[in-house]
Design a protein around this ligand. Structure first.
Ligand code: SF4
Length: 433
């Protein structure tokens, strides 16, 4: 007699890399006769795919873990697995801290998720330095149907002084170009229109091709209309890459290029390997070669030893560089990183005040930049239904700005069309068609 199909629920925290790792774990479990459900209450297995990039993300996970403990009391057969960066960092210690957790699996071991769950014997599978992850083919279960995430590389060699990623995801490994191209061809056959290439340091991709060469090849794949990639390190942004971006019609005019600070002194303490001047020159070159490009960035407020003058340099950089958007956070010391041990940790209140000033100035800049789009025609790709209003479709411009479009019989998901921007807000654009 056939065993009853096991049901799993995955709670994903953190970045797109984690979202995609969850899609892979789902793919592996589905191909082993598991079935995904939409709540932990209905599941036989709950997987937490965790993030440890900031303290807040870690707290969020531990409070969710506390909640699941109650559920396990009611359902003793429930299996609980912890995956992702917290799993890698804490390993066996997590099993000690939470006696109701059945297994722990690191980000370099997700291909072993099925076997690990089969045993669920309170083991921690966290073999850091897995040198074959880039060669390991895994089935992927995507819930999206227009836009797909595709890993092109794993890990990071940069050791920015505040970052835990090289410690949890290991050294850089790039997938062979043919394997990436085959995956994207098969996505195109399934009807996907857009791919976002993922890597912690995507522009240092190095396999049989370099990153610009890989992009040029992907640009030739029939059926794919748009190509995006994250995250790029400014130090690896070459003129060759900008040329390929300019000359490949499917590569969108948007680049996320984390600056982190406008002070070269702080950038050096962060081990970012570029100065503010170098960053500025790269943005100038980008805007010269691709005039309509949108540039977004990341900023850390209150890094150790950041003075008022350093903060003023960051504020000035925002005015000077006029980003389309930023992700800004207070410095969050991560255990195991060198920045956590640096002298001169900035007071929490000062960190919060500086963050607020950064957000305030950028909000005005973002709004102003979006306002300039009112009355212009933009190419958009319709990719979903608005979560708050089912009478609206959502889409994105080539510059990665979100737009809502009223539903009508001529519009469907996956359609590329030119629309007039009637109204622009800080966070989105609207068209009435
Ligand atoms: S480039 Fe720096 S910030 Fe990005 S993942 Fe690597 S170490 Fe972390």
């Amino acid at each position: 007699m056939r065993n009853e199909q096991k049901k799993y629920y995955i709670a994903t925290f953190g970045c797109q890399m984690n979202v995609h790792d969850s899609e892979k774990m789902a793919g592996i479990l589905n191909s082993n006769d598991y079935k995904e459900v939409s709540s932990a209450q209905d599941a036989d297995v709950v997987i937490f795919n965790t993030c440890s990039i900031r303290e807040k993300a870690e707290h969020k996970f531990f409070s969710e873990l506390g909640r699941i403990k109650m559920l396990k009391k009611k359902k003793p057969g429930l299996k609980i697995a912890v995956a992702g960066c917290i799993a890698q960092q804490h390993g066996k210690k997590l099993l000690k801290r939470a006696s109701f957790v059945d297994c722990v699996i690191g980000p370099q071991n997700i291909h072993q998720i099925f076997d690990t769950l089969q045993h669920a014997d309170r083991s921690a599978v966290t073999s850091g330095g897995n040198e074959t992850i880039a060669e390991t083919e895994m089935p992927v279960f995507r819930k999206t149907d227009i836009s797909a995430l595709v890993n092109i590389m794993y890990g990071c060699n940069n050791f920015c002084s505040y970052c835990i990623v090289p410690h949890t995801r290991g050294r850089e490994q790039s997938r062979a170009s043919q394997s990436i191209i085959n995956e994207i061809r098969s996505l195109a056959e399934k009807g996907y229109k857009e791919v976002t290439l993922l890597g912690q340091n995507v522009n240092s991709y190095a396999s049989d091709l370099d990153f610009p060469e890989l992009l040029a090849k992907i640009n030739e794949i029939e059926g794919i209309l748009r190509i995006r990639f994250v995250t790029s390190n400014p130090k690896d942004l070459s003129e060759k890459l900008i040329e390929v971006m300019r000359d490949s019609e499917k590569i969108c005019e948007h680049l996320h290029l984390p600056l982190q600070s406008g002070s070269t002194k702080i950038l050096s303490m962060m081990n970012r390997k570029y100065s503010y001047e170098k960053y500025f020159q790269k943005v100038e070159l980008l805007r010269k070669m691709i005039p309509d490009i949108a540039i977004t960035t990341d900023i850390i407020a209150g890094f150790p030893q950041e003075t008022d003058d350093d903060h003023a340099l960051t504020m000035n950089s925002l005015r000077e560089l006029s980003f389309d958007g930023i992700y800004a956070f207070k410095f969050s010391p991560r255990k195991g990183t060198s920045a956590a041990l640096m002298d001169g940790q900035v007071d929490q209140t000062v960190r919060a005040e500086r963050l607020q000033e950064i957000l305030d100035i950028q909000n005005d800049i973002t709004e102003l930049k979006n306002k300039k789009l009112e009355g212009t025609t933009q190419e958009i790709l319709i990719d979903g239904i608005d979560e708050k209003d089912s009478g609206l479709y959502t889409g994105r411009t080539r510059t990665n700005k979100i737009i809502t479009v009223p539903k009508n019989d001529n519009i469907r998901k996956g359609l590329l069309l030119n629309v007039l921007i009637n109204q622009a807000n800080r966070h989105s654009l609207n068209t009435i068609l």
